[in-house]
Design a protein. Structure first.
Length: 217
């Protein structure tokens, strides 16, 4: 593998081109593209996904950005083992069934394209009451958040923002350090960098780098 340093702006440009040109078709017609932008909060997955929205729209691709934090399970389930239990965070905070049902399946081949932007308001601990939106064929749904890969969610393109253990610890907010064992477990058990379509080294947000196959691989 080789590591290619890239500026944040050029990273957005290259990802935009890749996603805008992705040839996904179902029954001969343009289909919607389901993209995961995966990374710990310290890696900035939500920010990268948000930065892709306008450039993709400028390329003529309708876009919907979904944050995994808007698809959390109710507090009674998330905090059953406490508010800072890393195993619970790893295994059961995100409502993967809801994310599949309300976003990924409708955006997939043969889906209706009728997507729910958010399911749960975690601050109020109630349903978000969001309205469904229609994503036309040829559109892109960007799902950003942590621990998205390895669980069988049906994404067409996966982007993983990778942090070294030292950078993860350095950049994680003190009140979130309790979750570090969950990210260690994710790196060891899932190894997302080994199979994601795009891997970005994000140790320094000002100097990201793309991890690419070596020409001899």
């Amino acid at each position: 593998m080789r590591i290619r340093p890239i500026s944040p702006d050029l990273l957005v440009d290259e990802l935009t081109s890749r996603l805008a040109d992705a040839a996904i078709r179902a029954a001969g017609e343009p289909a919607r593209l389901r993209v995961a932008v995966d990374g710990a909060p310290a890696a900035g997955a939500d920010g990268l996904a948000a930065a892709l929205v306008d450039p993709l729209r400028a390329r003529g691709r309708p876009v919907l950005h979904i944050r995994a934090t808007d698809f959390l399970r109710p507090a009674s389930l998330r905090f059953e083992l406490g508010r800072t239990n890393p195993d619970s965070f790893y295994e059961s905070w995100v409502d993967e069934a809801g994310l599949r049902r309300e976003v990924l399946d409708p955006a997939g081949p043969g889906g209706t394209g009728r997507l729910l932007p958010s399911l749960w308001d975690a601050d109020a601990d109630r349903a978000s009451r969001a309205r469904y939106v229609d994503l036309p064929p040829g559109g892109v749904v960007l799902v950003s958040g942590a621990l998205l890969l390895g669980g069988g969610l049906p994404f067409d393109v996966t982007v993983h923002l990778e942090l070294t253990p030292a950078a993860l610890r350095r950049r994680t907010e003190p009140d979130q350090e309790w979750a570090l064992p969950a990210f260690d477990r994710y790196a060891e058990e899932v190894v997302p960098a080994s199979f994601a379509d795009v891997v970005v080294r994000a140790d320094d947000p000002r100097r990201p780098a793309l991890v690419e196959p070596d020409g001899n691989d």
